[in-house]
Design a protein around this ligand. Sequence first.
Ligand code: 13P
Ligand code: SF4
Length: 329
Amino acid sequence: MHATRSSDILARTAPLYERVKNVIPPVEWPVFADDIDAIQALKRARNAVILAHNYQTPEIFHCVADIVGDSLALARQATKVDADVIVLAGVHFMAETAKLLNPDKTVLIPDLEAGCSLASSITPADVRLLRERYPGVPVVTYVNTSAAVKAESDICCTSSNARKIVESLGVDKVILLPDEYLAQNVAADTGVKIIAWSGHCEVHERFNAAEIRSLREQHAGVVVLAHPECPPEVVAEADFAGSTAAMVDYVAAKKPARVVLVTECSMSDNVAIQHPDLEFVRPCNLCPHMKRITLPKIRQALATMVYEVTIEPAVAHRARQAVERMLAI
Ligand code: 13P
Ligand code: SF4
């Protein structure tokens, strides 16, 4: 890179480096800075916004994202976007949800392979079979599903609102798919009988109760926050279970001196940046799908307008209804 251009970029991005300097070494910053500077210019040129999930790496989350949050917040914010282009820094089902809520905007995902083990665990035909087997039982679909699966359901939910959505139906039995552990955790919280599917999040299913007990032994006084996609035995050992946004809120409100977020690795980096005075214990599991999204791929997405997310209109119509019913509650 030309020396003057490079120093101009470093000067322009210096305030952003201040945000992430505790997790990104100075020697790595010039490479990030070049992409970040280009992405900022491309966003202006394309009238684009970047929505980033809490599991995105700090240089994306803190340096190029316009809107950040959990799955529910990203869906809600997607309804308010005033831009021509949305780049979803997250996984494919999140980009589909943004497209459902913004049929007239261009929605891009920087890597088409950014999937999700939950979304790939179930097909629309599976949902139709369940409906045949349990006639009249409402189908609640976790947002971590394809638009085609959402289209077969009555209403969507996220980990933030699963309990509320299930209770809002006012029935004693629901089908909640595809996350078996989320379904079991919601059943324990609500007393509603839940028919589950055997899908699992490949990140959260790897935690177990013995690991949590050993964390408590090794780190005296640690406060354990677990995601409800974890097995029920993990949630039972935790001090609190909630969505990624609920964990962020818990840390901000209670400021536990020593805390562990039992979830994807980048969460702790992103939250620790906002709370440098707290100690984050870091056993975590990486989501390989979330990690497919990188600054160079976001830059390429905006430069060349790839990869555009499209949804077949008949599917989109029915899937949108399921998402909108959720947002209305
Ligand atoms: P939330 O951010 O909604 O808690 O979801 C976690 C997750 O695993 C998303 O893929
Ligand atoms: Fe899917 Fe789990 Fe990755 Fe989230 S963390 S995208 S639920 S595999």
